[in-house]
Design a protein around this ligand. Structure first.
Ligand SMILES: Nc1ncnc2c1ncn2[C@@H]1O[C@H](COP(=O)(O)OP(=O)(O)OP(=O)(O)O)[C@@H](O)[C@H]1O
Ligand SMILES: [Mg+2]
Length: 277
């Protein structure tokens, strides 16, 4: 059974009042399907406005689609009881692009990371502190950072805190929406390395939403490409993306190839991958 299954989802934004319907409604997801297996990372690619974040919100239970269903561990997200929904929220976490607006500026790192533990696990103060220290260590920060406020961290460090908070409850899956896009190349690489380490150590699954094919290719096992609200390609092996004839996919691929005009290949984790033509 897939961990996550999105089945023929259609979503429309706009007023539902009948007299606005014809002029105001915009369909942003049309019949979109995908599935993510346990322990796997799917990179969800597409140009700006393709509907990636909307699909992310639908998957997180934040945006009820007009049609279709979202199954997490075989259960329909939009027809489950509140207890099951609470458990699912624990297993399905999210990290957004803007690390600063994702946190309360008046909370310390210890409070930010400890918040989900307080909500879901009743730990003694000493045990909670120990868990926060462990989480900071897992994301490459140290206990000395506990009492710091968001403004005292760099973007890369703060994104590590967001990741620590997201993994605090040992989720099964994380939706990462442009989570490395606002970071410089060095920090991007560090965060991607961290995510890959967490994935292999804890069997985490990711839906890695991005417009950056290079980042998606680095971290993902499978790739999906959206264009104007439609799924235009799903590649069970990420290397299949190079053989696609779909114009949107070819454009994405050529955006990285064009950086290497003489050597038409890209590097990933030390190995070089030659795309098929
Ligand atoms: N709350 C909303 N109300 C109305 N329209 C919206 C809303 N959110 C997004 N849209 C529209 O839905 C379409 C898809 O937006 P979405 O944010 O999902 O795209 P995206 O693929 O994530 O783009 P980007 O790469 O720029 O983040 C866009 O045309 C956008 O204007
Ligand atoms: Mg988006």
């Amino acid at each position: 059974m897939s961990l996550l299954e999105v089945k023929e989802v259609t979503h429309t934004y706009g007023s539902s009042r009948w007299f606005w319907r014809s002029s105001r409604q915009t369909t942003v997801l049309s019949n979109v399907s995908l599935s993510v297996e346990p322990g796997m990372c799917m990179g969800l690619l597409g140009t700006s406005g393709a509907g990636k974040s909307t699909l992310g919100r639908v998957i997180l239970g934040l945006e009820k689609p007009q049609k279709g269903s979202v199954l997490f561990q075989g259960q329909d997200l939009y027809s489950m009881d509140s207890l099951t929904r609470k458990r699912i929220r624990k297993d399905l976490q999210v990290v957004f692009q803007d690390c600063y607006s994702s946190v309360n500026p008046r909370m310390t790192a210890e409070e930010i990371i400890g918040e989900p533990l307080e909500n879901y696990e009743r730990l003694s103060p000493a045990e909670q502190k120990r868990r926060v220290a462990q989480l900071l260590d897992m994301v490459g920060l140290n206990t000395g950072d506990m009492k710091k406020y968001p403004r005292q961290f760099s973007g890369g460090q703060l994104q590590r805190i967001n990741i620590a908070r997201a993994i605090a409850l040992k989720p099964k899956m994380m939706v990462l929406d442009e989570s490395v896009s606002s970071l410089d190349m060095v920090n991007q690489t560090h965060i991607l390395d961290l995510l890959m380490k967490l994935k292999s150590e804890f069997g985490l699954s990711y839906l890695f939403i991005t417009h950056d094919i290079r980042a998606a290719y680095t971290i993902s096992d499978t790739l999906a490409v959206m264009d104007q609200g439609e799924m235009v390609g799903i590649y069970a092996d990420k290397n299949q993306v190079f053989a696609s004839h779909h114009p949107t996919v070819k454009k994405l691929v050529s955006s990285i190839l064009s950086e290497h005009p003489r050597n038409r290949s890209i590097s990933s984790g030390g190995s070089r991958v030659k795309p098929s033509t």
